[in-house]
Design a binder for this molecule. Structure first.
Ligand code: ZN
Length: 286
């Protein structure tokens, strides 16, 4: 089917009132990722967001066009409703490259800046995006744990998103969705994160726009269900796919070290990611 728009998927999820209003966003690195995400979404009978991060664009030589075109082509060939999202963009140049590459949404990440500088940079990104029909997500607080960043202590000051500051931030920037720091962290390879459900509820009551959970790979299924029931709408999953991918590659190469054809290990890697995607979609979709 044609590409759908991220804003439509998130709004549709947010409007469900049975506590099952989540939509998952999965990170794309190689071509096997969108193929697995599309297959997993078809298997689960759910929509999904395909997201390409600034770090993934850097991996592809700093040029987003090829990976975006391939991901969009996989989405268009799928029976599942899928959208294309550009994730964790810090570069103004890359933000502008989003226009015309099939992205209907961008997560603009100024969370490393001071509050005032974050507001100014994000408001500018929102004005740019809205002039082009592009939906903009931003982050307040620090989720932490991305490659090259020092880990943040779960209770370090300034890490969690403050509800009153979130209200002011959404109003000052005009963002369409807000990524909040509520206890998850990026790049976790075990599922042991404990979320601050009281804070999620307080943010949900305070902020009108949909909330986004980053670092969901490290969050146990029950915690994700509770977070969605409490009002988290966009649930981002990256590392869990790579854990499945790499485990399948490692198992194949350990069993058959003479393998030279990459299809021999990429096929089970893709199938492992498909299973992971379908499992997450069942948790998030109720
Ligand atoms: Zn993230």
């Amino acid at each position: 089917m044609p590409l759908v728009r991220t804003g439509e998927l998130v709004s549709a999820a947010a409007e469900q009132r049975d506590g099952r209003g989540g939509v998952a966003a999965f990170n794309v690195i190689t071509l096997e990722h969108p193929e697995a995400i599309a297959a997993g979404a078809e298997r689960a009978g759910r929509p999904a967001i395909l997201q390409i991060s600034e770090n993934a664009v850097k991996f592809h030589g700093g040029r987003p066009a090829a990976v975006a075109a391939a991901t969009a082509a996989v989405a268009r060939a799928s029976a599942a409703p899928l959208s294309l999202h550009l994730d964790h963009v810090e570069s103004a140049e890359l933000l502008r490259a989003a226009d015309g590459e099939g992205f209907s949404s961008v997560m603009f990440d100024a969370s490393k800046l001071t509050y005032e500088a974050n507001v100014a940079a994000t408001a500018e990104a929102v004005a740019w995006g809205h002039a082009r029909g592009i939906w903009i997500e931003a982050e307040l607080g620090r989720v932490g744990g991305k490659d090259g960043e020092p880990p943040l202590g779960a209770h370090a000051p300034g890490v969690r998103t403050d509800p009153a500051e979130a209200v002011a931030y959404v109003s000052a920037t005009g963002v369409d969705a807000l990524a909040v720091a509520v206890g998850s962290s990026h790049a976790m390879t075990n599922r042991t994160a404990a979320l601050d459900h009281e804070l999620i509820g307080a943010l949900r009551r305070a902020v009108a726009v949909p909330l986004v959970l980053h670092g969901s790979s490290g969050v146990p299924d029950d915690e994700i269900r509770r977070a969605v029931a409490a009002g988290m709408v966009k649930i981002n999953v990256g590392t869990a796919l790579n854990t499945a991918f790499t485990a399948a590659v490692r198992a194949h190469l350990e069993a058959d070290p003479k393998t030279v054809d990459p299809r021999k290990y990429l096929a089970p890697a893709r199938e492992a990611m498909t299973g992971t995607v379908a499992a997450f979609l069942k948790v998030i979709g109720g």
